[in-house]
Design a protein around this ligand. Structure first.
Ligand SMILES: C[S@@+](CC[C@H](N)C(=O)[O-])C[C@H]1O[C@@H](n2cnc3c(N)ncnc32)[C@H](O)[C@@H]1O
Length: 338
């Protein structure tokens, strides 16, 4: 049982609340942050006073956020300036990424390791992802993609949990990208085809690089899957990654981003150097990337104490205009009897 420690977190200018958080902090990646079990982001007692309309209307750079020590930032810009410095401060930015990867280098290459002690959410996570992926394949590719040479990229793949349990069953080829070499080695071993296996699909490439330094081959992928790792990227690297990666999609291809969602603003984890963003924050970034939401879905069935998790299917294609009004007008026109 983790020890409980009392910390004071200022949630509103006029209210100082004493909140319990777990300490010492079991270290997690993105899915598992019991650290925030009692955080203002989950506690209904400490809901922000702004209405949902006000929260959506607030430009993201103006939304306030917290770090894992309870410190409040007045907006994301203030937080990023502190964490990665102003433009040109190469050293600070390098340090941010070094510490992020450094954190994961100290984690064991197991499902429990990459899920921060929450290996038991694996089944619910994979089921939710599978339902979402099936829907996308049916809607996006003729015949649900059957008979096509489908190729996926698993970004921040860790030990290849998503590739092994999901992607390899649907894609002829899966490439994995992961900056932590002992994770990638574990992935390589677990994805070696079993002799006699009916599945002919294969893991093809294993890239040991971080997302901010990766450029995919042009037109290689039907789906680029990014799960529980994008929080490690600063906003500008987030945008440049997606801008470069768009060229890696085949025509009609999609990004799937599956991530923890903060209730509002953001939450900075000081230990693993990651940021959990709100839905509004993500939408602002998608806009900057020139990406459109083709479909999105909430992940269900995860433990109450964790952040909400959302799946976004993103496309660089401009959505087709739905001529709803005209269709409606025609529908309401009296029929003509011929
Ligand atoms: C919570 S684990 C998730 C692993 C995997 N996506 C899964 O769902 O099982 C976070 C992963 O992000 C990786 N990561 C950290 N910094 C990264 C970066 N800059 N680019 C890509 N991946 C990164 C970590 O090494 C780790 O494998």
């Amino acid at each position: 049982m983790p020890m409980e420690a009392q910390v004071s977190i200022r949630v509103q200018p006029s209210c100082t609340c004493s909140l319990a958080i777990s300490s010492p902090q079991p270290r997690f990646g993105l899915p598992a942050k019991p650290l925030f079990r009692h955080s203002p982001l989950r506690s209904t007692a400490n809901k922000p006073t702004a209405s949902p309309e006000q929260l959506t209307a607030t430009p993201i750079m103006e939304a306030s956020g917290f770090d894992s020590k309870g410190r409040e930032f007045k907006n994301a810009e203030e937080m990023w300036t502190e964490e990665i410095g102003k433009d040109g401060d190469v050293h600070k930015r390098k340090e941010w990424y070094r510490q992020g990867v450094g954190y994961w280098e100290g984690v064991e290459a197991t499902t429990d390791g990459v899920l921060g002690g929450y290996a038991h959410v694996n089944d619910a996570d994979i089921k939710g992802s599978e339902a979402f992926l099936r829907l996308l394949l049916v809607e996006r590719f003729p015949g649900g993609g059957r008979g096509r040479n489908l190729v996926a990229l698993d970004c921040g793949s860790g030990i290849g949990r998503v590739s092994k349990n999901l992607l390899i069953r649907f894609f002829t080829e899966v490439d994995l990208l992961e900056p932590v070499s002992h994770f990638l080695e574990a992935a390589r071993e677990s994805l070696v085809p079993e002799s006699g296996s009916a599945i002919e699909n294969k893991a093809t490439n294993f890239f040991c690089v971080p997302l901010q330094e990766f450029t995919p081959d042009v037109g290689r992928y039907d789906v680029i899957w990014i799960q529980w790792c994008i929080g490690h990227l600063a906003d500008d690297d987030f945008v440049s990654f997606f801008m470069r990666a768009k060229a890696g999609l085949k025509p009609g291809g999609l990004f799937v981003l599956k991530e923890n969602i903060a209730r509002s603003g953001f939450v900075l984890d000081k230990e693993d150097r990651s940021v959990t963003r709100s839905d509004t924050y993500f939408k602002e970034l998608f806009h900057r990337c020139g990406l459109h939401i083709f479909k999105s879905k909430d992940q269900r069935g995860l433990p109450e104490e964790l952040f909400a998790v959302k799946m976004y299917a993103l496309t660089p294609d401009t959505p087709k205009r739905v001529h709803g009004t005209r269709a409606k007008a025609q529908h309401n026109r009296p029929s003509i009897i011929k």
